[in-house]
Design a protein around this ligand. Sequence first.
Ligand code: SF4
Length: 309
Amino acid sequence: EVFRRAVPAAGPGPADDPEALTAAARAHLRDRFLRARVAVTGANFLVAETGTLVLLESEGNARMCLTLPETLISVAGIDKVVPTWDDMEVFLQLLPRSSTGDRMTPYVSTWTGVTPDDGPRAFHLVLLDNGRTRALADEVGRAALRCIRCSACLNVCPVYERTGGRPYGPVHPGPIGAVLTPLTRGVESAADASLPYASTLCGACADVCPVKIDIPDLLVHLRGKVVESRRRRPVPTPEMALMRGLAWTLGDPRRHEAAVRRGARWARLLSRGGRIRRLPGLLGKWTEARDLPAPPAESFRGWWDRTRA
Ligand code: SF4
């Protein structure tokens, strides 16, 4: 039904016939391509040796952009540059096999500027930085720029499998997105800062990555960056204030002992039937989903002093 609404040429035929749907989409898009004067494509790789763009796809729509409209604009990240065709040969094998398990993608297009009487008459290449230089400046994080967007890490990720792409924000989804988005945009916003934590660090992504990006290692590195950026804030977050208080208490044995004694007394007052069901203030988050056992009447230190002193 959705297809019929968006593609009038689909007609009233059976909605579950793949061949009919494909034919309708083809007729609809062919008409659009024949009328378009400007087309915009991306590119999977740029071969520096000859200044050639390379694009791999399954449907042939990019190929139509490359052949029919008068003007072609291609937008590609600066991380897509490979030095020579010898390098390209390796990536041409890696990308389809890691992406869809095919030996080769149905359409592989290459173009190097314009050719008289063939394809577009004007060609513009937009090289996109958009935070990539910032990522390159991070000596650990720069490994993520090796990504060839094969999506193998998305396919094996137990978190992405359940959440889908939307919670990762608008740039890249999945494990590599949880690395690339904070690397290119920074960790100042709460949404970007949360991405490095969207992982169990199980390592499945690193196992399948064809260019050997150690994604769990990068996620841990970025978690460190998130903590550093929070420390720089003039007003500490409640969590940071709590951790600072804890560091002060644990930094001295007498303070620690006094805190344990007083804390245990308060905790016992809050307990019912040997369990604490609700803690006050910020600590209440802990008891939203679990109970705490009440502390014993005598601490280990107290017992030690009483029996061994
Ligand atoms: S990080 Fe590796 S596995 Fe994930 S999309 Fe990039 S190249 Fe593929």
